[in-house]
Design a protein around this ligand. Structure first.
Ligand SMILES: Cc1cc2nc3c(=O)[nH]c(=O)nc-3n(C[C@H](O)[C@H](O)[C@H](O)COP(=O)(O)OP(=O)(O)OC[C@H]3O[C@@H](n4cnc5c(N)ncnc54)[C@H](O)[C@@H]3O)c2cc1C
Length: 441
C-alpha cells in the first residue's frame, strides 16, 4: 500500500487539499512517483463546475457533472483519498487540520478553490441562493421548481408573478449562462409542464449587473452581443443596477427600487477559500494567497498553492480564477513537489490563456479565442466541442457522452425533480403565498 494511513512507508508524504481542477491535476502528476500522496476533499466527488448552471436550470442531472474522487484516482496505487473538511493548516507543525484528525505532511499542495463573495452583506447571504457547489445547484433547482408548484396553488396574480420570478444577480459568465438557460427552460419546457400557469406572461428571468456591461473581461463587441442574445431569449437585463440588500422575496437596488422575486440567485462574486487566511502576512484581492512563480508559499517553501486560492500575475494582470489556470497550476505544483523531492531546480509557472467562452442558451454563445471573436451558433459549436472534449477526458466514456448529449438536447425530465426540502427563505415565501388565503381550494 502506498499512501499513508497512520503507518509510514518512509517515502515523503504529500497532502493535497482539494480534489477540484487544481488538486486533481497535481495528484495526476504525483501518481506513480516515489511519494505517498493523500488527497483530501470535503466531498467524495469532483465537480465539473463549468456545467453547474445546467444542473441548476434542470438541464442535466447532478451525476452527469460529478464523479467520485476514489474512482478517478483508482489507478494510482500511491495516491489515497480521505473525505474530510479541512479546518486549517498548522504550517510550523506541518499538519493539515481536519475535523476527523490531523494529517502530518512533508509537502503540501493547497487547492481548496473559492467561495461565494457576498461582499460583507449578511442580508444578501441569508436571502439569496449561491451557485458554487453541486448541492447549491440541486437546492436552486428544487427551490425554483417548488416556487412554481406553489404558484400553481395561488389565485392572486401578483403573488403568482413573484413566485415565478427569478432574479440572477451578477452578469459574469456564470450569471449569463444561468439566465440564458433558465430563459430557455421557461420558453421550451415549463409551458408544457405547467399548463395551469401562464408561464409566458407571468414568469420572468431578470438579470442584474452593477457594471455598465455584462461579461467583464470580454471584448466590448462580445459583451454587447451577449446582452442582445440574452434579451432575445426574453431575459430582462438591467445594467448599472447594483444590489443594495435583499429580504425574503425582495431585492433592493442601489437607487431604492425593489423587485419582488421568490428566487434570488447570487453569482456576483467569488473569493478564495477561507483556508487562505493565515497563510500569508498579506492576502491579495479576493483573499487569494500571493505565491512565488514556482507556486510555493514565500514563508514555507514546502507548501504549494494552486488554482483559485493562489494569486500570481501574468503580464501585469492577475491570473483569472478559471479552470484552465487551475489545471495548469496544479500540474506545475505537482511536478515541482517531485522536483523538490529529487533535489532538482523548480519550474516557474507561465499561464497559457486559451480564451473565454460563455453560452447563452442552447444554440448561442460568445467566444474569445484571441485574436478571434465568435458569436451565435458558431461560438456555441466552439463551446460544445471544447466542453465535450473536456468532459470526455473527465468521464472517459463515450456512452456517457451520448447520454449527456441526449439529455442536453431533449431536456430529460429526470433533471426536473424536486429532491431537496425548501430552505428557510423558500418555506417563508411559500407560507406567505399559501397562508394569505389566496391559495386555490
Ligand atoms: C458555477 C461556476 C461556473 C464556472 N464556469 C467556468 C467555465 O465555464 N470555465 C472556466 O474556466 N472556469 C469556470 N469556473 C471557474 C472554475 O470552476 C474555477 O476557476 C476552478 O474550479 C478552480 O479550480 P480549483 O481547483 O482552484 O478549485 P475547485 O475546482 O473549486 O476545487 C476546490 C475543491 O476543494 C474542496 N474544498 C474546498 N474547501 C475545502 C475544505 N475546507 N476542506 C476540504 N475540501 C475543500 C472542494 O470541495 C473542491 O472539490 C466556474 C465556476 C463556477 C462556480
Amino acid at each position: 500500500m502506498g499512501h499513508w494511513r497512520g503507518g509510514s512507508t518512509g517515502r515523503p508524504r504529500v497532502a493535497v487539499v482539494g480534489a477540484g481542477f487544481a488538486g486533481l491535476a497535481a495528484a495526476r502528476k504525483l501518481a506513480r512517483q516515489p511519494v505517498d500522496v493523500l488527497v483530501l476533499d470535503k466531498h467524495n466527488y469532483h465537480t465539473f463546475l463549468p456545467l453547474l448552471y445546467q444542473v441548476a436550470s434542470a438541464g442535466l442531472e447532478p451525476e452527469a457533472i460529478a464523479k467520485p474522487v476514489r474512482s478517478i484516482l483508482r489507478r494510482a496505487p500511491n495516491v489515497g483519498f480521505r473525505m474530510a473538511e479541512v479546518t486549517g493548516v498548522d504550517l510550523s507543525g506541518r499538519r493539515v487540520l481536519t475535523e476527523t484528525g490531523h494529517i502530518p505532511y512533508d509537502y503540501l499542495v493547497l487547492a481548496a478553490g473559492s467561495a461565494t463573495n457576498y461582499f460583507g452583506s449578511p442580508e444578501i447571504e441569508a436571502h439569496s441562493l449561491p451557485l458554487k457547489e453541486l448541492t447549491d445547484a440541486t437546492i436552486l433547482r428544487s427551490h425554483a421548481l417548488s416556487m412554481l408548484e406553489t404558484a400553481a396553488l395561488v389565485d392572486d396574480r401578483e403573488q403568482r408573478k413573484k413566485l415565478m420570478t427569478i432574479v440572477v444577480v451578477g452578469g459574469g459568465a456564470t450569471g449569463v449562462e444561468l439566465a440564458g438557460s433558465l430563459a430557455e427552460l421557461k420558453r421550451h419546457v415549463l409551458p408544457d409542464d405547467y399548463p395551469e400557469l401562464d408561464i409566458e406572461s407571468e414568469a420572468r428571468v431578470i438579470m442584474l449587473e452593477a457594471l455598465e456591461n455584462l461579461l467583464p473581461g470580454f471584448p466590448p463587441r462580445l459583451q454587447k452581443e451577449a446582452l442582445r442574445q440574452l434579451q432575445r431569449l426574453g431575459v430582462e437585463v438591467r445594467l448599472s443596477s447594483p444590489v443594495e440588500s435583499a429580504e425574503d422575496g425582495i431585492v433592493r437596488l442601489g437607487d431604492g427600487t425593489t423587485i419582488q422575486a421568490a428566487t434570488i440567485v447570487w453569482v456576483a462574486g467569488v473569493k478564495a477559500s477561507l483556508l487562505s487566511e493565515g497563510l500569508s502576512e498579506e492576502l491579495a484581492r479576493g483573499g487569494r494567497v500571493p505565491v512565488r512563480r514556482t507556486l510555493q508559499l514565500e514563508s514555507h517553501p514546502e507548501v504549494w498553492v494552486a488554482g483559485d486560492m493562489a494569486y500570481l500575475e501574468e503580464k501585469g494582470r492577475p491570473i483569472p480564477m478559471v479552470a484552465p489556470a487551475a489545471i495548469q497550476q496544479g500540474a506545475v505544483a505537482g511536478e515541482n513537489v517531485i522536483r523538490a523531492v529529487q533535489g532538482l531546480p523548480l519550474r516557474e509557472f507561465r499561464y497559457s490563456d486559451r480564451g473565454s467562452l460563455a453560452t447563452i442558451g442552447r444554440q448561442r454563445a460568445v467566444a474569445h479565442v484571441p485574436p478571434l471573436q465568435f458569436t451565435g451558433l458558431l461560438a456555441w459549436v466552439v463551446w460544445l466541442v471544447v466542453h465535450l472534449f473536456w468532459l470526455v477526458g473527465f468521464r472517459n466514456r463515450v456512452l456517457v457522452l451520448v447520454n449527456w448529449a441526449w439529455n442536453y438536447i431533449l431536456y430529460e425530465p429526470g433533471s426536473r425533480l424536486i429532491t431537496r426540502p425548501l430552505r428557510r427563505q423558500g418555506r417563508e415565501v411559500r407560507e406567505e403565498a399559501v397562508g394569505r388565503g389566496v391559495a386555490k381550494p
